[in-house]
Structure formats: structure tokens, C-alpha cells
Write a protein that binds this ligand. Sequence first.
Ligand SMILES: *[C@@H]1O[C@H](CO)[C@@H](O)[C@H](O)[C@H]1NC(C)=O
Ligand SMILES: *[C@@H]1O[C@H](CO)[C@@H](O)[C@H](O)[C@H]1NC(C)=O
Ligand SMILES: *[C@@H]1O[C@H](CO)[C@@H](O)[C@H](O)[C@H]1NC(C)=O
Ligand SMILES: *[C@@H]1O[C@H](CO)[C@@H](O)[C@H](O)[C@H]1NC(C)=O
Length: 233
Amino acid sequence: KPSPPLVSGPQQRARPEESVPFTCTTGGFFPEKIEVKWFKNKNPMGAQPPQVTEWRMKTYNMSSTAQVTLQKDDARSQLTCEVSHSTLPAPLRGSFQLSRVLRVPPSVEVRAEPSPVEVNKTVAFTCLLKEFYPAKVSISWLENGAEIKGQNLSRPLEVSRGLFELRSRVEVQATEEKNGSTITCMVVHDAQAPATYSAVLWISNPTQGGLSNEFQMNKGASELRGWGACQGG
Ligand SMILES: *[C@@H]1O[C@H](CO)[C@@H](O)[C@H](O)[C@H]1NC(C)=O
Ligand SMILES: *[C@@H]1O[C@H](CO)[C@@H](O)[C@H](O)[C@H]1NC(C)=O
Ligand SMILES: *[C@@H]1O[C@H](CO)[C@@H](O)[C@H](O)[C@H]1NC(C)=O
Ligand SMILES: *[C@@H]1O[C@H](CO)[C@@H](O)[C@H](O)[C@H]1NC(C)=O
């Protein structure tokens, strides 16, 4: 009888859209004829024809390779290799969780609220990390390249399809000399190279008035803001 099939995958994690090979092996069977099927979740998959080699006198080993293009929502997917042989009353299965080899880098957004801010008021910078896997991530904050403290890191939250989301916040007092400062969120995901995302601290000019300043800075949102301005008088 063939031994229970073993499925192995790449040594390193791979990103969505990358195509990675998986191998299913079984051995010690006779006769030579053996059938292999692959499934991703419940769906049949294509694979190269199995390689059957003679191992010892009158026993054979088999190796089958399937190429899988990873997808963003594969954190909960499973590959199954199903082996049928004349000595087996029912097929034998081996499986592999794709979460073991998947890495989905976060999409990151940094926001300053309010922007612009009045002088000496507090502005909150939020760094939002969306749809990443695995959950292992660290965030630090920099002001003009120098690390700043007072960060508030929430726990990674599992949102959809096994992917995580995380929010970190830092508050900065908008003293006049900080106008134009760059506040950076530095993200290290799953021991990869750090990536940085920034927003600028803008202080509104008191002589011009806050609203006219916002018109200049948020051209895209001018309609909505204009409405608010009318209502406010
Ligand atoms: C063949 O399969 C047997 C049983 O699974 C295993 O012990 C052996 O190492 C395999 N031999 C080779 C050359 O792969
Ligand atoms: C902002 O704070 C600084 C230092 O505390 C002070 O000198 C300055 O007058 C304040 N400016 C305004 C507009 O309140
Ligand atoms: C951090 O979180 C605590 C509790 O939720 C809150 O009181 C505090 O204001 C937060 N600090 C910052 C810098 O956001
Ligand atoms: C902050 O800088 C912006 C852009 O240089 C400028 O328009 C604004 O008046 C400045 N604010 C103050 C309070 O100086």
C-alpha cells in the first residue's frame, strides 16, 4: 500500500499573484499504477503527471507537483492531494494549509486629524494597516526622521478571510515651529524590510481663517466643505 501522502510547499512565504510549487509524495506501493488528484479547498486543480520511480525491488514511489498561484484570500485555503491505488479501499489524502506560505503585505494609510490644525492644538496621526497576513507586524513613529513616543497600538484584528487590520495613533502638539513637519509611520511586517508612510503637520494661518485654508488644501472635497461653510454662516 502507498504510505500516507505528504504535501510540502516552498520554504519561504510568497505574495499573492506569485506562483509556487507544491509537491505530494507517497511511496512503498505495488503495483506501479497510481492515481493522484489535487484540490484547492473542494475544487479540482491541474498538476503535472505524477513521477513514479522504482524505489526497491517491486515497490514504487510517486511524486506529483502542482503549481499554485496564491491569492489574497488564501489564508484559510487548503490544498489536498488525493491518492488512489488498487490496494486501497478508499483514497488516501494529505493536506497543506496555504496560511503557512502566504504573505499579504498591508496596504497603509496615514491620516492627520484635524488638518490643518490651529496652533498649539493637538493633532492626531493615525496609521491604518489593512488586509495583511500573517499578523506579525510592528509600527513605530517618526517626526522629521526622529523617533517619537506615545504611540497607541491596537491588537491586530482579524477582519475578513483570515486577513488582519491594525491601527496606531500618535498625538502631536502643533507648536508653531512644527508647521510642515513630516510625521512618518514605519511598518515592519513579518520581518520584511521597513516601509514608511508619511503625512505632513499643517498649521492653519490664523490671519486667513481656518476655512479658506481648508479650501486650498482639500480641493477634492471642496463641494462638501463648501456646504458646511454655508451652514455655519
Ligand atoms: C520512498 O517511499 C518510502 C515510503 O514512503 C520512503 O520511506 C522512502 O524514503 C522513499 N524513497 C525515495 C527515494 O524517495
Ligand atoms: C502657543 O504656545 C506657545 C508656547 O507655550 C506660546 O508662546 C504661544 O503664545 C502660543 N500661541 C498661541 C497662538 O496660543
Ligand atoms: C491611548 O489609548 C488610551 C486608552 O484608549 C487613551 O486614553 C489615550 O488618549 C490614547 N493616547 C493616544 C496618544 O492616542
Ligand atoms: C504653515 O505652512 C503653510 C505652508 O507653508 C502656510 O501656508 C501656513 O500659513 C503656515 N502656518 C503658519 C501658522 O505659519
